[in-house]
Design a protein around this ligand. Structure first.
Ligand code: IMP
Ligand code: MG
Length: 179
């Protein structure tokens, strides 16, 4: 099925993202300075670029794992049902865990993931999202750290897709339909 045509307007530059991640990493290091080994959990697939840059800025012992839950598919509307598509390989009981998300939109995904992981009794569970769209929220939830608050625009790049495209852009851009 063909997609409508669109252009991508830069919203957040690669340089601005890098600077923000450096600052966030410093805050996270302070918070987890006593950790034995932090389990950094990337939510697939949108967070794969963000988690790669974030862990390289963290001066802490880290373990990296991934969790995939179902969400948008190829549509722009969030499905309210969240299913596990790929579970963690790491047992997180008693561990310090940082969940890394690309965007918090309605909040359903992050709140389900928190519920799921809290049920496994980690010592500490914190969350970070690169982007936050607070005006879209339907569930009362906020990530502990946020890269950037953005308006209600559909964005791509830096790991984030539209219909599985544009994940490989170095910047965050907004999708503008031209027809
Ligand atoms: P939520 O459950 O509505 O908070 O949805 C969060 C998920 O929806 C994110 O992890 C993204 O995968 C996806 N999403 C939300 N907004 C956008 C967007 O602007 N572009 C691409 N994906 C998005
Ligand atoms: Mg996602």
């Amino acid at each position: 099925m063909s997609q409508p045509s669109y252009v991508i307007d830069e919203m957040i530059s690669a340089k601005a993202i890098a600077a923000r991640i450096e600052a966030l990493a410093q805050e996270i290091e302070k918070d987890f300075k006593d950790t034995n080994k932090l389990v950094v959990v990337g939510l697939l697939r949108g967070s794969f670029v963000f988690i790669a840059d974030l862990v390289r800025e963290l001066g802490l012992p880290v373990e990296v794992d991934f969790l995939e839950v179902s969400s948008y598919g190829d549509a722009m509307e969030s499905s309210r049902e969240v299913r596990i598509l790929k579970d963690l390989r790491t047992g997180i009981e008693g561990r310090d865990v940082l969940v890394v998300e690309d965007i918090v939109d309605t909040g359903y995904t992050l709140s389900h993931v928190i519920k799921l992981l809290e049920s496994r009794a980690p010592r500490q569970l914190r969350t970070i999202a690169l982007l936050d769209k607070p005006t879209r929220r339907e569930v009362d939830i906020r990530a502990d750290w946020i890269g950037f608050e953005i308006p209600d625009e559909f964005v791509v790049g830096y790991g984030i897709d539209y219909a599985q495209r544009n994940r490989n852009l170095g910047f965050i851009g907004k999708v503008r339909f031209t027809e």
